[in-house]
Design a protein around this ligand. Structure first.
Ligand code: ADP
Length: 508
């Protein structure tokens, strides 16, 4: 049997029909299956004109048969074209339908998951605000009372007690740094960290950043070298964010370099004059090639575990990397174990300001009431619902010679303000019954409190906190935990109406 015949029989076996035509377009072969599909005996079809055979295929498609006419060149005989009649596989159809169903199901599940993610992301902001409050409120009491005890406000402190208090304070400050890092990182990840570009003098930036690590460097006798040759005098960037990056890199450099080492800050401009590179080089412990990819990930510390020698949160470099991207640059590392590391920060020389965000929160607000002279007696009304914080503030302020009254919520604050006419009101924002913002607004509506100094205290460090407080009518906004010394100087500033700046503690 010719291979062609074998092919025809095979097609019969798998259920496909075939009719072949010669050069004069006459049917020369008709398979059994084709005959069945076309509804005529094969003997009748052989010899028919192609047009007649094709006419018989009308309507077979609706029965699940596909009709295809193929020209062929060489099949070993006189065949010039082939009509293939193929049963569309029903099982395939069923599979396709179920596949489509599964795709639709997955799409729906993905859509639901996306909606859920969006909801979760919204909740995350609220959760962060709440968490920040919950963590900072007790921390405020811990740090505040520690400071008050260190100052001897509750009696003389023995040496061992003093050392314990110093430990409590440094642990508390470390905890605060971790909270701030986490908040910072999540703000950046959520796209909430704004970039405020302005001309920045590089030498000033370098000085300010180095100042933050000088003390530790001095203690370890590490020499700090600064070389700004080859850098432009100024670039356009967000000063606070760059400083945050540099301080992080410099602190690591000092932290991971042993005594008598060298930490160097220098830089260069690229050939096109579009970006600068600032380099922080140290002669420290270095990082192994295996560990290098991990260091920019959150919570990664190479020297991890309980036995680690270096304190840290493992968040610094993750933040550095995100912040540098936010500024339109990047951060790179080269390191040799046992010899040292070099972190390079690239930054565009100019960059448009993305948002017109408010100025530094530490800068006093222009609307601050200018209280003529000193009011006597210097009565302060403290509206605060947390008892430990009340004790901290009251103890400290009384020791500083103020008369302090306490209100537990916004409603009480208004009542007490009317009764006592305090010179200054310290207003916590998150309080039961009536929150601080509402209380401030209501007080400002009353002409007798138009000039009363109101200092808002928030444990929230979310963007817009300060603006909301100032908009409600506060003169000043302080973030908890407030260093008591800063609180006093802020209060003094309000009483004197002077122009001194009021440092905002905690989160920048
Ligand atoms: P940490 O708060 O622990 O310093 P970072 O994210 O800043 O967290 O750094 C992550 C890890 O990268 C560090 O724990 C350290 O192991 C390594 N590292 C960072 N900078 C240096 C450096 N200059 N020299 C050696 N190791 C470093």
């Amino acid at each position: 049997m010719s291979p062609f015949r074998v092919g025809v029989q095979l097609l019969d076996l798998i259920g496909d029909g075939i009719v072949t035509f010669d050069a004069s377009e006459r049917a020369i072969v008709c398979s059994e299956v084709a005959a069945r599909i076309l509804g005529r005996p094969a003997s009748e079809i052989v010899g028919s004109a192609r047009e007649q055979v094709l006419a018989l295929t009308v309507g077979v498609e609706s029965q699940g048969i596909s009709v295809n006419l193929h020209p062929v060149s060489e099949v070993g005989d006189e065949t010039r074209s082939v009509l293939l009649l193929r049963a569309v596989d029903v099982s395939l159809l069923a599979e396709r339908t179920s596949l489509a169903g599964r795709v639709e199901e997955r799409t729906r599940a993905l859509r639901d998951a996306n909606a859920e993610l969006e909801r979760a992301s919204r909740h995350k902001d609220e959760f962060l605000a709440a968490m920040s409050h919950e963590l900072r409120t007790p921390l405020n009491a811990i740090l505040g009372l520690t400071e008050a005890m260190q100052e001897g406000l509750f009696g003389p402190v023995t040496d061992p007690q003093g050392r314990s208090l110093a430990d409590i304070e440094s642990s508390g400050r470390h905890l605060l740094a971790v909270i701030n890092d986490i908040l910072d990182l999540s703000k950046v990840m959520a796209g909430k960290r704004e970039v405020n570009a302005a001309p920045v003098v590089i030498a000033d930036l370098a000085d300010a950043s180095l100042r933050m690590v000088r003390q530790l460097a001095l203690k370890k006798r590490i020499s700090i070298q600064l070389d700004l040759a080859g850098l432009p005098e100024q670039i356009e960037t967000d000063e606070r964010l760059v400083k945050q990056i540099l301080v992080n890199l410099l602190s690591n450099a000092v932290k991971f370099t042993s005594d008598d080492g060298v930490v160097r800050l220098n830089g260069s401009v690229d050939a096109r004059g579009e970006q600068i590179t600032l380099r922080v080089t140290d002669t420290g412990i270095g990082i192994s090639p295996a560990d290098l990819p991990r260091i920019f990930k959150p919570f990664e510390q190479i020297d991890g575990g309980l036995s680690r020698r270096h304190a840290g949160t493992g968040l610094g470099l993750a933040l550095v990397s995100r912040l540098s991207e936010l500024l339109g640059g990047g951060v790179y590392v080269e390191s040799t174990e046992g010899e040292g590391s070099r972190f390079s920060l690239t930054l565009p020389i100019s960059r448009a300001t993305t948002t017109a965000a408010p100025a530094d929160p530490a800068v006093p607000d222009a609307r601050r009431a200018s209280v003529p002279g000193m009011r006597t007696p210097r009565t302060i009304l403290l509206a605060e619902d947390n008892e430990a914080n009340q004790r901290t503030f009251v103890g400290y302020l009384q020791a500083k010679g103020y008369t302090v009254a306490v209100a537990w919520n916004g409603e009480e604050a208004i009542e007490q303000a009317k009764a006592l006419k305090p010179a200054l009101i310290l207003m916590d924002i998150q309080m039961p019954k009536m929150d601080g913002l509402t209380a401030i607004r209501l007080l400002r509506e009353d002409p007798q409190f138009a000039n009363t100094s109101i200092v808002a205290l928030t444990a929230l460090a979310m963007p817009g906190d300060r603006e909301r407080c100032l908009q409600a009518g506060a003169n000043l906004h302080l973030t908890k935990p407030v260093r008591l010394r800063d609180l006093t100087s802020a209060i003094e500033g309000q009483f004197s109406g002077g122009d001194q700046s009021h440092p905002t503690r905690g989160h920048a």
